[in-house]
Design a protein around this ligand. Structure first.
Ligand code: ARG
Length: 281
């Protein structure tokens, strides 16, 4: 493809919900990235998070903040606490008891900010950690955190078609560590996604190939630096500074990479997307 044939990517303004890492720490290990013996610099995490938030604002997006709570060091990973489509909110139910209390803080934020339709799941559901909205389908990960029964529950609560996908590599324990939506489907164009096939079972890989034959295919290095834990507004793709190879491939498709440093947050197994819950009204 020559430059003149590059598709024009049109960004759309987004509304994000984030939670500052004021009490960020790695006190327990619930994924292979977390090592409680390794020191964490909470102030550095705050600076990296602030730069991420300001990046969204500079791109013209709205960012709201949920107040952080002492004793909930992973609360910065807001994406795990809610899935919002057409103003309907499906909250979270965490697998790890250490994170259980986060769900209620986010539920309360939604209720206090005028969301009328807020459902809390009965099955383990780590929200946008495992649920990705393409504009048509809700791609739903399972294998490590969110239960398959939560996928059916999400379909009922949100009224959207759900496609279950099985994750098989413990390093990619949430769907949002292995797949992201570059551009939602429109009237005239299908959704664009990027994913790392190695994170998925054989059957799920084949399902992804059928649904998204034009997907950007990421490799092991792209995934290992959390390159797929990215946030796209349809044009700008906010992703970790290490993900240069993936960024080049996205640029070839007309997307504009925007780099952020999330080295400190990665010590808990998170990246830009984990910190970012999208409020779709
Ligand atoms: N320490 C957190 C956990 O293991 C990290 C969550 C990252 N969030 C995400 N959306 N992948 O639950």
């Amino acid at each position: 493809m020559t430059d003149t044939e590059l598709p024009v990517r049109v960004p759309t303004p987004r509304h994000y919900l984030m939670c500052p890492p004021r009490y960020f720490a790695v006190d327990y290990a619930i994924n292979p990235w977390m090592d409680p013996s390794r020191p964490v610099d909470t102030e550095l995490a705050m600076r990296q998070w602030t730069a991420l938030r300001d990046t969204y604002r500079e791109l013209g997006h709205t960012v709201d903040e949920v107040p952080p709570e002492p004793g909930l060091p992973d609360m910065v990973f807001a994406a795990n606490s809610g899935t919002v489509i057409d103003g309907q909110v499906l909250g979270a139910r965490f697998r790890a008891r250490e994170r259980a209390a986060e769900a209620e803080h986010f539920r309360r934020w939604f209720v206090e900010h005028g969301f009328r339709d807020v459902t809390m799941p009965r099955h383990i559901n780590e929200a946008e950690g495992d649920l990705a909205w393409t504009g048509r389908l809700l791609l739903a990960g399972t294998g490590f955190r969110t239960e398959p029964a939560a996928h059916a529950e999400a379909q009922e609560a949100l009224g959207v078609p759900v496609v279950s996908l099985r994750l098989v590599d413990p390093r990619y324990y949430h769907l949002d560590t292995a797949l992201f939506v570059l551009a939602e489907a429109t009237e005239t164009a299908p959704a664009q996604i990027a994913y790392y096939p190695g994170a998925f079972s054989r059957g799920s890989r084949r399902a992804l190939e059928r649904l998204f034959p034009d997907a950007v295919i990421a490799d092991a290095d792209d995934a290992a630096c959390f390159g797929l834990n990215a946030v796209s507004d349809g044009r700008h793709v906010v992703l970790p500074v290490e993900a240069t190879a993936l960024a080049d491939r996205l640029a070839e498709r007309g997307f504009e990479p925007v780099f952020v440093d999330v080295s400190e947050l990665r010590k808990a197994g998170g990246g830009p997307k984990c910190c970012t819950l999208e409020v779709r009204k």
